[in-house]
Design a protein around this ligand. Structure first.
Ligand SMILES: Nc1ncnc2c1ncn2[C@@H]1O[C@H](COP(=O)(O)OP(=O)(O)OP(=O)(O)O)[C@@H](O)[C@H]1O
Length: 273
């Protein structure tokens, strides 16, 4: 895995060319659509949004996979309660499967201990993404969601250059600082000629039990305004949700249901067909 540099990737015993090309992927895979979940800044809830969207797409009757592109800070396996190691076959790596039958490939499923750090330079990390695309037997999927690491670095670049991404969903939290950083992700996506499906605001508000109105800790409507100024679609605001975090911490995020994500899944299905 550590043999190739930059856009290079290790396949069939040799490194690919240094030019970034769109990869065909494993011939055993029939992946209809690829969607990247991105944000400029860390900790805004990308992995949470990825997991909840995957659940909603699955519930709508789709075959769904999640490629955890956050190689150095993977959290997808943990919030679904999945542990490695994943199995290898002669045709490639067999992804793990969640209780609700979402396929998952994450760096944590390859590490001896989930708390072991991955201390690799960017190009090596980017190479692993290509391997997760090429060497994992995803089989037939309607949607592969890629949970990108925060920022506009090597991994985001590799995903946009070498994987046929149909669209990007941007995740932000309501603070203006995050808006500024999210704009960088939006500009990068536009430069790479990828479609932005819209922006979702996570941790929009809080509604403690017994309170009649939602409380907007960081102000109401600012994200929507910024998103509209950029000519993009605002996909809605998801609140700070105690029940969801408790389930995620127990490794049972598949048990959480939410109408906003049902709507998001419906939207994805009608936009990307
Ligand atoms: N709507 C929410 N309500 C409450 N807690 C949330 C919400 N969304 C995310 N969190 C919590 O915030 C933390 C960060 O979320 P998450 O891992 O999804 O963010 P991320 O953007 O993927 O982070 P990273 O930058 O590390 O990849 C987690 O503990 C998660 O449970």
């Amino acid at each position: 895995m550590e043999k190739c540099q930059g856009c290079n990737y290790y396949q069939n015993g040799k490194c690919g060319t240094s030019t970034c090309i769109v990869e065909e992927g494993n011939p055993l895979n029939k992946i209809k659509h690829v969607i990247g979940i991105m944000s400029g800044k860390g900790g805004v809830g990308k992995s949470t949004v990825t997991a909840l969207l995957a659940n909603a797409l699955k519930k709508n009757g789709n075959q769904v996979g999640i490629l955890d592109g956050d190689i150095t800070g993977p959290s997808i396996a943990k919030i679904f309660g999945i542990k490695g190691p994943v199995l290898n076959s002669e045709n490639g790596v067999i992804p793990a499967e969640t209780e609700n039958k979402v396929k998952i490939m994450s760096m944590n499923l390859l590490l001896p201990k989930e708390s072991d750090p991955v201390i690799w330079r960017g190009p090596v990390v980017a190479g692993v993404i290509n391997q997760f695309w090429n060497d994992v037997i995803w089989g037939e999927l309607d949607y592969l969601l890629i949970d990108l690491p925060p920022g506009t670095g090597d991994v985001a670049l590799t995903v946009m250059q070498s994987i046929p991404v149909d669209g990007i969903i941007m995740v932000t939290s309501p603070q203006s600082l995050v808006h500024m950083i999210v704009k960088k992700g939006i500009k990068m996506t536009q430069k790479m000629d990828k479609k932005i499906l819209g922006v979702i605001e996570n941790m929009s508000y809080v509604q403690p039990p017994g309170y009649p109105e939602p409380y907007y800790l960081f102000g109401k409507g600012k994200t929507e305004e910024v998103v509209k100024q950029l000519g993009l679609e605002f996909l809605g605001g998801f609140p700070i949700e105690k029940e969801m975090v408790e389930l995620a911490d127990q490794g049972a995020i598949h048990k959480y249901d939410n109408q906003l994500f049902k709507q998001l899944a419906d939207k994805v299905e009608t936009t990307i067909k």
